[in-house]
Each structure stands twice: as structure tokens, then as C-alpha cells.
Write a protein that binds this ligand. Structure first.
Ligand code: GLY
Length: 348
């Protein structure tokens, strides 16, 4: 997979302009949803007025619209406006827009160039980087997809001002993940960091992006080390599926609960010392507001459905110290259940 240019912050706008200038004579399309159309598009144009000539394609907001029917509707629009191999597609939005727009770019004329402009903290530190594109299919998340890297990722931390506090906290969940799998110094900074905008967050975004890009370059197609990015996600995704209508369980919060449970299992399987496990569990539980899991059996059902499992065995990421992760660790259903019961006991 080709390497993306990744630019962060206003200091990099002149480099982004140089990139966009290459498309001066080409058609440029921008995918937005109702929210990014309202809150982000004009800000984006104020930085790059030349892009006002672009054709805007608006889709409905939300995971429900990350679908083949949206791809068909957008393909019809692109064909109507005579999109060509040399055209550029810009995805302005969160992970739904970058996953969907990236997938569309990968199949249109067997691949056109595209740019991700992530507008949520989650997408700035994760979804916009690494070239995983997808749509949901038959109610299975990311079932149809492709590895296809954006030519440019432009991260504008100023967009985070438009976010609800819960969305910011959700993004911090993924930032904590990077520290636990890769960077103990970052963990020590995070322990003392408030969930707020500012220069510390901008620095944490840069660190997260560097970690993710480094891992992706070593394993672009998810065969080995890239799997460690799923720390907390086997259990976290299952919790997200059970509580998908409950705003107390957004993606980052579910990943944090998953990281407590997967650290518990790491400790039980003798990867992780008691003292480090205690430090992780106490830090995450005190920093995030985490609700009890009332439907453990349902969570276990969804864990068994996870697409990362092999031969009916459940596969998780473990850690052996802060900053060191291990992939393809197979665990029993009893250990998974015990970890969720342990998580609930923290509330007593
Ligand atoms: N979000 C995990 C990955 O990109 O591999």
C-alpha cells in the first residue's frame, strides 16, 4: 500500500495547498454529511478558497448510511458529474465518511486519488490513517472493504471545537490505547491530562498519528503487528454492538472497558504483573465514566461473532507491560466472562 502524506495543523496549510494545486484543472468532489456541511465546510473553504469550485456531495449522517446503497447513490452522482480517473475525492467528516469515501475512491475507475480531512478526534487519531476503507453489509460492520490509502490526510485540530464533549472523550479512549500498546512515556503524560482542547491534545494527536503510521507501514495488510491496534477492541466492539443505542457506550468508552478486561486477561495469563495491571485498571476507571455491563451473556455472544476469530477460538491482544502488546492470543470463554464480571465488581 502506498504511503499517505500526513499533515497536521495550520502550519501545514501551505503544503496542503501545494497538493491541491496539482488538481487545478481536474474535477474535485467533497463528501460531507449534514453536520460537516453545516459546521466544517465553510471553515475548510476559508483555509482553501480555491476549493470552493468543488462539487459537494452530501450524505445522511450516521453509521446506518455507511452502506452499499449510499455507494450506489454517490456513484450515480459522480457519473452524472463526469468524474474521471484524474478527479480528486475529498472526505470531510468522521470515520463513517472516510471509510465510505475511501471505499468509493478505491472502486471508481479502479481507483482515484482521495484525501481525508477528519473532523472528529476518533477519526483524526485512527480512522483517517492507514487506508482501511469499508461499508457495512447485512448488518455486519465493515464487511465489504479494501486497503486503499488516501494520497493526503490533513488533520485540522480546530475542527474539534465543533465536537460534543462525549465525542472528545471517545477519541481519548483510542489515544490511551496507543500509549498502552506502544509508548509508556505517553501513558505517563495521559495520566495527568484533562480531556480538553489545547496544545497538549495537539501533541497527543501527532504522537498517535506517528504511532499508527509506523505500525501500518510495518504491516499494511493486518497480517501481524497491525493487529495490536485492536487492543481492547475484541471485547469493546461486542459491548458496542450490545449497547449501540445507548449514548453511555460510545466507541472510545467501549474500547476503554475492553482494555480493562483485556488487561485483566493479560494478568490472568501471566503476561502482565499485578502492579501494572492495578495501575492500568485504576487509571482508566478513574479517568473515564464507565457504566456497568448488565448483559454479559449478550456481550459474550457478540465476542464469538468477531471477525478476527479463527476456528471458533476467540483471539485478543494482550499486553505484557505498558507499551508492549502481543497479538493472536487465544482465550477461553470462561476468561472473557470472568474479565467482564471483574469489570462490574469495580462498581461495588
Ligand atoms: N483501526 C485499526 C486499524 O486501522 O488497523
Amino acid at each position: 500500500m502506498k504511503k499517505s502524506i500526513i499533515l497536521i495543523g495550520a502550519d501545514s496549510f501551505s503544503d496542503a495547498q501545494v497538493f491541491f494545486n496539482k488538481f487545478e484543472k481536474e474535477k474535485i468532489f467533497i463528501i460531507v454529511d449534514a453536520n460537516t456541511n453545516k459546521f466544517c465546510l465553510d471553515i475548510f473553504f476559508s483555509f482553501f478558497p480555491f476549493l470552493k469550485k468543488s462539487i459537494i456531495l452530501e450524505i445522511e449522517a450516521g453509521e446506518l448510511h455507511k452502506s452499499i446503497s449510499t455507494i450506489i447513490a454517490l456513484s450515480n452522482q459522480l457519473i452524472k458529474y463526469k468524474a474521471e480517473k484524474q478527479s480528486l475525492l475529498i472526505n470531510l467528516g468522521g470515520g463513517v465518511i472516510s471509510d465510505l469515501g475511501g471505499f468509493l475512491a478505491s472502486i471508481l475507475n479502479r481507483g482515484i486519488r482521495y484525501v481525508n480531512i477528519p473532523t472528529t478526534l476518533l477519526s483524526q487519531v485512527d480512522a483517517s490513517i492507514g487506508g482501511k476503507t469499508a461499508v457495512n453489509f447485512n448488518q455486519i460492520k465493515n464487511k465489504l472493504g479494501f486497503f486503499y490509502a488516501p494520497s493526503l490526510v490533513l488533520i485540522i485540530p480546530g475542527f474539534l471545537k465543533t465536537l460534543h464533549k462525549n465525542e472528545l472523550i471517545s477519541g481519548f479512549g483510542e489515544i490511551f490505547k496507543y500509549s498502552l500498546i506502544y509508548d509508556k512515556r505517553m501513558w505517563n503524560v495521559l495520566k495527568k491530562t484533562e480531556f480538553q482542547l489545547g496544545s497538549i491534545l495537539e501533541d497527543l494527536i501527532s504522537k498517535s498519528v506517528i504511532i499508527k503510521e509506523n505500525i501500518v507501514q510495518r504491516d499494511p495488510f493486518d497480517d501481524h503487528v497491525r493487529k495490536t491496534l485492536n487492543f481492547g477492541h475484541t471485547i469493546g466492539h461486542a459491548i458496542e454492538s450490545v449497547y449501540f443505542l445507548d449514548s453511555k457506550f460510545n466507541h472510545g468508552i467501549c474500547v476503554v472497558i475492553g482494555m480493562i478486561c483485556e488487561s485483566y486477561i493479560s494478568n490472568k495469563l501471566n503476561y502482565l504483573s499485578d502492579s501494572t495491571f492495578l495501575e492500568i485498571q485504576k487509571t482508566l476507571f478513574s479517568k473515564f465514566s464507565l457504566s456497568k455491563i448488565n448483559n454479559i451473556e449478550d456481550v459474550l455472544f457478540f465476542i464469538k461473532e468477531d471477525k478476527k476469530n479463527k476456528s471458533n477460538k476467540v483471539n485478543i491482544i494482550t499486553i505484557s507491560e505498558i507499551g508492549k502488546a502481543h497479538f493472536d492470543v487465544f482465550v477461553s470463554e470462561d476468561d472473557l466472562k470472568e474479565s467482564l464480571i471483574f469489570f462490574n465488581s469495580l462498581h461495588e
